[in-house]
Design a protein around this ligand. Structure first.
Ligand code: KG4
Ligand code: ZN
Length: 375
C-alpha cells in the first residue's frame, strides 16, 4: 500500500494540537506534532474554564495548522485523511476541533475519522512505547509499529488522566473491556485538588510531584503524615480518590500554622503521591493476576509521574511472570494530536474500501459527545 498523509486534531480540553503523519501498512511516522497549551490562561481560575478554552482554540487553531504543515513540509493538498477527537471532553472545546476538521474534510473531499480521546492515550504506547528493560525516556517519534516493541495481546492498560482512572483490558485492537474504574474523582483530579489545597500551583500533578521530590527523610519525617489507601484491598478493580483528597484537606485544617512550611508541604505531597501510586499499582497487579495479560501499559496525563512509572514497573517485575511493560514516551503523556494520529493509523488500516469511502461523508454526521464511551 502506498503511504498516506494523516492530519489529526485534538481540542478536547485545554491543549490545541495538530499532528501530520505518514502511514503505510505497518509503519507510522509522526512528521509534526504542534501542541499549544492554555495552562497559563486557566491557572488564574485554578481549573479549565470551558468557554475560555473554546475561545482560545478558535483563536489558535488556524495558526497551529500552518505550523504543523510547515514543520512537516506538507501542503493541505497532500492530506489524504483527517481525524479528530470527538469525545470525551468539554463540549465547547471539542466542537472547535470537530467543526474545523469537518470543514477541511468537506473542502478536501477526504475521509474523516472520529477518535476517542482515551483511545489516543492508549495508542501513544504503540509508537515509542518503552519496555521495562530499557526504562528510558525515548525522544523518538518515528518508529515501527507494535511488533518492534513486542506489544502482545491481551493488554491490560492503566488509564490515568484528569478525567479518567480505569483499568482497560484489550483482547485485540479496539476491543476494550473496562474491568475497573474510579467511583468518584479521577486520580489526576485528586492531584489537582491537593495542589489547590496546598496552593502550590496549577496544573497540580507536576506541582505535587515536584514538592514530593524535595522530601528529605531525615528532616521531614517528623510530621509523620499518613494517608489512607482507599479501596486497596477491596474485592474488585475499582478505585476511589475523593477520600484521599479529603484526608489531605483535614490534615491541613489541623495544622493551619504549617501551611506555608516547605518541609510540611513536601511531606504531604510525598505521602499523597505514595498513597495514590500504591493503590494504582496494587490494583493493576491484582487485575493482571486475574486476567493474565501479556502486556501491561500505562496511559494518560498522570503517566508522566515518575514514581508511578517506576513503581508499576518494579511491581510488574516482582509479581508477574515475564511480561511486557510499556509506558508512553514522556512527550506523548499529555494531550497531543500525535497520539490521535497513531490510533487513526491502526483504525484506518483495518477499514474496508467501502468503509473508507463512506468516511468521506462523515463531515455531515460526526457528533461531539462529552461522555463518549470507549466500548
Ligand atoms: O491526559 P491529560 O493531559 O488530560 C486529560 O485528559 O485529563 O491529564 C491531565 C492530568 C492533570 O490532572 C495533571 O495534573 C496530571 O494529568 N498530571 C500529573 C503529572 N503530569 C500531569 N499527575 C501526576 N504527576 C505528574 N507528573
Ligand atoms: Zn488526556
Amino acid at each position: 500500500m502506498s503511504t498516506i498523509t494523516i492530519l489529526s486534531i485534538e481540542t478536547s480540553c485545554d491543549e490545541t494540537s495538530i499532528a501530520i503523519s505518514e502511514s503505510s501498512n505497518n509503519t507510522i511516522k509522526i512528521l509534526s506534532n504542534i501542541v499549544s497549551s492554555q495552562v497559563k490562561l486557566h491557572a488564574a481560575w485554578g481549573g479549565v474554564v470551558p468557554n475560555l478554552a473554546a475561545r482560545e482554540h478558535v483563536k489558535n487553531i488556524p495558526k497551529i495548522l500552518d505550523d504543523a504543515l510547515s514543520a512537516s513540509n506538507k501542503k493541505l493538498s497532500d492530506v489524504d485523511i483527517i481525524s479528530v477527537v470527538n469525545g470525551p471532553g468539554l463540549i465547547p472545546a471539542l466542537l472547535v476541533g470537530l467543526n474545523f476538521a469537518k470543514t477541511l474534510a468537506y473542502k478536501l473531499n477526504k475521509p474523516l475519522l472520529g477518535i476517542h480521546h482515551i483511545e489516543g492515550h492508549i495508542y501513544s504506547n504503540f509508537v515509542g512505547g518503552i519496555s521495562n528493560d530499557e526504562f528510558l525516556i525515548s525522544k523518538q517519534t518515528s518508529i515501527q509499529n507494535s511488533k518492534s516493541y513486542q506489544i502482545e495481546f491481551p493488554i491490560l492498560c492503566l488509564v490515568v488522566s484528569g478525567g479518567h482512572t480505569q483499568l482497560v483490558l484489550m483482547k485485540d485492537h479496539f476491543e476494550y473491556e473496562i474491568v475497573g474504574q474510579t467511583l468518584d474523582d479521577a486520580v489526576g483530579e485528586a492531584f489537582d485538588k491537593v495542589a489547590r489545597i496546598l496552593d502550590i500551583g496549577y496544573p497540580g500533578g507536576p506541582a505535587v510531584a515536584e514538592h514530593a521530590k524535595k522530601f528529605q527523610m531525615a528532616s521531614d519525617e517528623k510530621f509523620k503524615i499518613k494517608f489512607p489507601r482507599p479501596m486497596i484491598y477491596s474485592d474488585n478493580f475499582d478505585f476511589s480518590f475523593s477520600g484521599l483528597k479529603t484526608a489531605v484537606l483535614y490534615e491541613t485544617k489541623k495544622n493551619i500554622d504549617l501551611i506555608k512550611n516547605e518541609s510540611y508541604i513536601s511531606s504531604i505531597c510525598r505521602e499523597f503521591q505514595n498513597a495514590a501510586v500504591d493503590v494504582l499499582t496494587t490494583k493493576t497487579i491484582k487485575a493482571a493476576k486475574m486476567f493474565h495479560p501479556k502486556t501491561i501499559m500505562l496511559a494518560g496525563g498522570v503517566s508522566a509521574n515518575t514514581e508511578l512509572r517506576i513503581k508499576l514497573g518494579e511491581e510488574v517485575n516482582k509479581n508477574l511472570p515475564p511480561i511486557v511493560y510499556c509506558i508512553p514516551p514522556m512527550d506523548l503523556t499529555g494531550d497531543n494530536a500525535a497520539m490521535i494520529a497513531i490510533a487513526t493509523h491502526f483504525r484506518y488500516n483495518r477499514m474496508t474500501t467501502q468503509e473508507k469511502e463512506l468516511a468521506k461523508d462523515s463531515w455531515s454526521s460526526l457528533q461531539a459527545d462529552a461522555n463518549l464511551k470507549l466500548n
